[in-house]
Design a protein around this ligand. Structure first.
Ligand SMILES: [Zn+2]
Ligand SMILES: [Zn+2]
Length: 343
């Protein structure tokens, strides 16, 4: 038996339960011993049960946790690319293998995915069973806590690619959470002039500065007019929204130069309204971005391996699995930045 952090009922809370250790892996699968698993904003929503995750009910009881890294503990038949003890980061989205897109080899377009840590057991447990194809190998000696940032960084990298951030672009990132931090760092590595704003979010803005991005502002203290004056940037070439707060869309569009690109990355619980006439006259482009493709994931793995030390400040807390609820309460109150559970 082992401890696992599970969602068991459609109500507030999560339960640390004793569950059977996963059985011998099937064909093409492996058992991963989890080293580190990050608490994500969506995990906090699942904990709160504040709406939007009804689709999980069919999987109850389910172990959550979709941002994790670890070591291969056991390999099933037909797995030849992974050996025991191999450090890996796990792509938490499993394709169905039978839909039209999957059969045509276009796995990125699969219509029936099952998320690890959503619809099947995830990483808030000592071990987890996953398809071998979802494991990206890491070099020996890497900090597996930093490697657990792979999933949010994959979302951030997709956003930066969708926005087509280039050297010299003036980029406004709205929302200093892990994904916003990743967007800011990746944009800055591409040579952009990056400004990050948050609201009542001092801890996470501090993390942004620790990543080497100096222009950060808490909108509780400064309004956007002040931000423009202080940064000497009157309008941005690109605005990327990673908050999920509907009002940020109009606010962000108002900061954009004519023909500028606005990327929506946040998950919005409510419909968003904006001034379409203004959008038309300014020829503004709104783009959506979401889960990363396999190709982007490979780039993320290489980025994590190449920038381990630079990424390290994003992880502010590492707690044992037994303290999971404490970690969730901290995440809810925006204390620190990425909080990892170390099963
Ligand atoms: Zn996540
Ligand atoms: Zn499919």
């Amino acid at each position: 038996m082992m401890q696992a952090l599970q969602k068991t009922t459609a109500a507030f809370g999560l339960e640390l339960r004793e569950v059977p250790v996963p059985h011998a892996p099937a064909n093409g699968e492996v058992i991963v011993e989890v080293a580190a698993a990050g608490i994500c904003g969506s995990d906090v929503h699942i904990y709160d049960w504040s709406g939007g995750y009804d689709f999980l009910k069919s999987a109850f009881p389910v172990t959550i946790g979709h941002e994790f890294s670890g070591r291969v503990l056991e390999v099933g038949h037909g797995v030849d690319m992974l050996r025991m003890g191999q450090p890996v980061v796990v792509i938490p989205s499993v394709e169905c293998g039978v839909c039209e897109a999957c059969r045509a080899g276009r796995m990125d377009a699969c219509r029936d995915r099952r998320g690890i840590g959503m619809l099947r057991d995830g990483g808030f447990a000592r071990t987890v069973r996953v398809p071998a194809a979802n494991c990206l190998t890491l070099p020996e000696g890497i900090d597996l806590g930093v490697a657990a940032l792979g999933e949010p960084l994959s979302i951030a990298m997709s956003a930066v690619k969708t926005a087509e951030v280039a050297a010299g672009d003036r980029v406004l990132v709205m929302g200093p959470g892990t994904i916003g931090q990743g967007i800011a760092l990746l944009s800055s590595v591409r040579g952009a002039n990056v400004v990050v704003v948050g609201y009542d979010d001092e801890d996470r803005l501090k993390t942004v500065r620790a990543l080497g991005i100096e222009q950060t502002f808490d909108l509780r203290m400064h309004d956007l007019a002040e931000v423009k004056a202080l940064t000497d940037i009157n309008e941005f070439d690109i605005v990327i929204e990673a908050t999920g707060v509907p009002a940020t869309v109009q606010t962000g569009l108002d900061c954009l130069r004519p023909s500028g690109v606005f990327v929506i990355c946040g998950i919005h619980g409510n419909p968003v309204s904006f001034d379409a006439a203004k959008l038309v006259r300014n020829r503004h482009q709104i783009r959506g971005t979401y889960r990363a493709t396999r190709a982007t994931w490979s780039e993320v793995r290489d980025f994590v391996v190449g920038h381990e030390a630079r990424l390290a400040p994003m992880v502010t807390h590492r707690l044992p699995l037994a303290n999971a609820i404490e970690g969730f309460e901290m995440a809810r109150r925006k204390i620190g930045s990425k909080i990892l559970l170390m099963p």
